[in-house]
Write a protein that binds this ligand. Structure first.
Ligand code: NAG
Ligand code: NAG
Ligand code: NAG
Length: 470
């Protein structure tokens, strides 16, 4: 009794001691880094904003660092759809990239609600050493149309808020930020010394010796007539049939998320403007489909839409769809696309004899944001133990689906993700076990259905005869 008490007390003291040591260590290691050089390039040419950040980080402390923090203002972090980081070695053409793990930091927020993402360094950064990191992140819904309403003939102008200084928990010795706009029409921008503008590029900096968490708000107002194609909701159903086909059905709720259309729509005016490319509306959408796609259809609530073109190349297939009317700001279109692909291109057997589907996540349409994506993988009847491998966080659940030839129903793996961008179009896998006896379920159901019909007919004929006799 006595010894247990003593050892648990000792354990408690040790725990307190070690955790204090650990936290002090984390804090000091994050405070002991500095950024020698930061270069940020913000691409505003689409409605999906891509930011690449090159950081040269030095460890000026005495303990090796295994983690580095990236900082985001709270508003920006809500629109962050994608983030990746890599350590760069070598120069110019001989550069090699070592991908690094990035995830939301579990530590405390910075001043003014600044959120942190933590990059895990594969090779610890020793005292006095430096490393170059390439960070890429993608922001959605970050361009604010102003004016909020435009007529069909007007160009679309948007606001973009950011900071002229790179937000960082570390001091930055030297930095520069450049913004690329879609056209050279820039209505206004915040002027700071030094600012340099030429054509479609706007440059802030270089700035020297800025302390940690420096922030300098800026506002850009510029023309952006690119299609603001947002799929508010997309449900993709991928049905596996061991009889040779993979059937994909995609339900879209598409919206134009740009400045709202003011006044009526004139087709004549619309067609004459199309030539000048000065309209923010869009007429077509281009989807990249699997190579050996077949039986493609495209329909909406009214019926089939014939104005779509399937371009099958040697490396990829593309589907060009044209909704019934061009889409203006605030307008929506609901439609369904369906197609089949040969199963052997996407279904494989793993080493342990189990099967797995390897298919592309995300939305096949170019430069499109999906606010809410649901992927439903319908497994063949009799499948067991499904498990999913996706390279990012998704919500997972299971459902049952019954169709007319099913005996026990099919397991459906449901994956849900919000704020999806083209970077998410990477392969994911669904593994499952399958009992081949179920291959016989469908034919057996068919045979028994025929047999039942046969039996019923016979009985009916006999009854018929019996009636005629009497
Ligand atoms: C926090 O916000 C206030 C008000 O906007 C600003 O004056 C201050 O400089 C900010 N502090 C930091 C560390 O960003
Ligand atoms: C729509 O197109 C599909 C595939 O081409 C076809 O099978 C179907 O019969 C068509 N439906 C109508 C109503 O035209
Ligand atoms: C999945 O398919 C992609 C090509 O589409 C391929 O690069 C990748 O290696 C495949 N993954 C697995 C686990 O089979």
């Amino acid at each position: 009794m006595e010894s247990v008490g003593v050892s648990s007390r000792l354990c408690f003291i040790l725990c307190v001691f070690f955790s204090a040591y650990f936290f002090a260590g984390v804090r000091s290691s994050s405070a002991e880094l500095q950024i020698l050089n930061a270069e940020r390039r913000v691409d505003l040419s689409s409605h999906i904003i891509r930011v690449s950040l090159t950081l040269k980080v030095e460890n000026i402390g005495t303990t090796p660092a295994s983690e580095l923090l990236l900082a985001f203002p709270p508003k920006q972090v809500d629109h962050l759809a994608w983030i990746q980081a890599a350590a760069v070695t070598g120069k110019r053409k001989k550069k090699t990239f070592l991908p690094l793990d990035v995830k939301p930091s579990t530590g405390p927020d910075g001043p003014n609600g600044t959120k942190h993402y933590s990059v895990t360094l594969v090779n610890k950064l020793g005292s006095g050493e430096s490393v170059t990191l390439e960070v890429l992140y993608v922001l959605t819904h970050s361009l604010e149309p102003f004016p909020v309403e435009i007529s069909q003939a007007e160009s679309q102008l948007v606001y973009y808020h950011d900071s002229a200084l790179v937000l960082s928990p570390y001091p930055i010795k030297s930095q520069e930020t450049s913004f690329r706009t879609p056209t050279s029409r820039v209505e206004s921008f915040t002027r700071l010394e030094p600012t340099d503008r030429s054509g479609t590029e706007l440059k802030y900096g270089p700035y020297e010796d800025r302390p940690s968490y420096s922030f300098n708000p800026i506002l850009l107002h510029f023309e952006n007539n690119n299609p603001f194609a947002v799929v508010e909701e997309l449900v993709r159903e991928i049905e596996i049939s061991h009889w040779g086909n993979l059937q994909v059905t995609e339900h879209y709720k598409l919206a134009h998320a740009g400045a709202r259309q003011k006044g009526g729509f004139s087709r004549v005016d619309y067609q004459s403007r199309q030539h000048f490319g000065s309209s923010a509306s869009f007429k077509h959408l281009l989807a990249e489909l699997p190579l050996r796609v077949h039986s493609v259809y495209y329909r909406d609530d009214i019926g089939n839409i014939s104005s779509s073109r399937l371009l099958i190349g040697s490396k990829k297939s593309e589907l060009l769809i044209e909704p019934r009317y061009p889409l203006f700001g605030g307008w929506k279109a609901t439609f369904v696309i369906g197609y089949g692909v040969p199963i052997q291109d996407f279904l494989f057997e793993s080493a342990d004899g189990a099967r797995y589907l390897n298919y592309s996540f995300g939305c096949p349409f170019a430069e499109t944001v999906v606010d809410k994506l649901t992927i439903k993988v319908v497994l063949p009847e009799g499948s067991e133990d499904p498990s999913v491998v996706v390279p990012f966080d998704v919500q997972q659940s299971l459902e049952k689906k019954h169709s007319y030839l099913d005996v026990v129903g099919r397991t459906v793996v449901v994956l849900e993700k919000r704020n999806v961008v083209p970077d998410h179009n990477t392969p994911f896998q669904v593994h499952y076990k399958f009992n081949p006896i179920f291959m016989l379920a469908e034919p057996l159901m068919l045979v028994s259905a025929f047999f039942f019909v046969f039996l019923a007919t016979t009985v009916y004929l006999h009854m018929d005869l019996a009636i005629r006799k009497s």
